[in-house]
Design a protein around this ligand. Structure first.
Ligand code: F6P
Length: 322
């Protein structure tokens, strides 16, 4: 059997550990691996190369993805997918491991349906917003990176009695913001999906001001609308002129860096399971982390809805950050 591997969408720490695990699991006699570069784009352009044991040496601890990644709107076009099928056939590839988010899984499902390619998805996104798994590859590292940065911001915020709005990633997802706000003792958190409900935050800012605590951290998820934390800072500043406000946008540093132990472990376990599943003739599944176990769940359920922001978390952050 010939197995193709690609990484697609935003890269996430742990992808290399996962690629390594797929390749090393597929070293069985009669099985070989091929790396497809730059996600689905590489399938269309026939950027497909054999991937052996030596190619995955010394990559486990490295951030990014050795296979490169891309978002590929072209893959929505049937004629481009036909090119991809022809290229897979040229290499004799009949099974594919797709590491990415829900958009990548939609591409994988189209391939299974239209060309009978065996597909196994591995949830790799720092946004941790794939339904069916409690943890996606890269989320833990991204949170650690953001927490390290917020701790540093806290030092200078305290020294200057300043209020900082720290913007973390998550256009549609509240996950990084919620976890990091809790982990850094933020005064509050603003996330997409709640329309940036300011009432709770304004109450917390008023209470902190009354206690003369002017140094505070508020974590903001970037959200879909332009302006992000900068716009919210303007709004807050008009209501609370007593606070000296600063904005810090953490941006793409959250996607890079050496993967945490958790992401290395997830990459290893999910990569091995994905390769085994394809070798066993399985298809149409995603590897998932559920209650400490790595298992397979149907791909159909992997992208049905986005998790709603958890009000219990928002309330706990407000309670402990006050
Ligand atoms: O990969 C997920 C993510 O990092 C989101 O959190 C963020 O909104 C988006 O990707 C940024 O995408 P890009 O790198 O294409 O600007």
């Amino acid at each position: 059997m010939r197995i193709g591997i690609l990484t697609s969408g935003g890269d996430s720490p742990g992808m290399n550990a996962c690629i390594r695990a797929v390749v090393k699991t597929a070293l069985a006699p009669g099985t070989s691996c091929f790396g497809i570069r730059s996600g689905f784009q590489g399938l269309i352009l026939n950027d497909i190369h054999p991937l052996g044991r030596d190619d995955v040496r010394y990559i486990l601890h490295r951030g990014g993805t050795m296979l490169y990644s891309a978002r590929c709107p072209d893959f929505m076009l049937p004629e481009k997918r036909q090119l991809a099928y022809q290229n897979l056939a040229k290499h004799g590839i009949t099974g594919l491991v797709v590491i990415g988010g829900d958009g990548s899984f939609a591409g994988a499902q189209a391939m299974e349906k239209e060309a009978g390619i065996g597909v196994i998805g591995i949830p790799g996104t720092i946004d941790n917003d794939i339904v069916g798994t409690e943890m996606c590859l890269g989320f833990d590292t991204a949170c650690q990176t953001a927490v390290d940065a917020i701790d540093k911001i806290r030092d200078t915020a305290t020294s200057h009695h300043r209020l900082f709005l720290v913007e973390v990633m998550g256009r549609h997802s509240p996950a990084i913001a919620l976890r990091c706000a809790l982990a850094t003792g933020a005064l509050g958190v603003l996330v997409p999906g709640t329309h940036y409900d300011m009432a709770q935050l304004f109450a917390a800012l008023s209470a902190a001001k009354a206690r003369k605590k002017l140094s505070n951290i508020v974590v903001v998820a970037e959200g879909e609308e332009t302006g992000g934390a900068a716009l919210l800072a303007h709004h807050i500043g008009r209501h609370f002129p007593e606070y000296e406000l600063r904005v810090a946008v953490l941006g793409h540093i959250q996607r890079g860096g050496s993967p945490s132990v958790t992401d290395r472990e997830l990459g290893a376990r999910m990569g091995a399971l994905a390769a085994e599943a394809l070798m066993d003739g399985k298809s149409g599944h995603m590897t998932a982390y559920v209650r400490g176990q790595v298992c397979l769940v149907p791909l159909d359920t992997a992208h049905t809805s986005k998790p709603a922001p958890n009000q219990d978390w928002i309330d706990l952050i407000a309670k402990l950050g006050a």
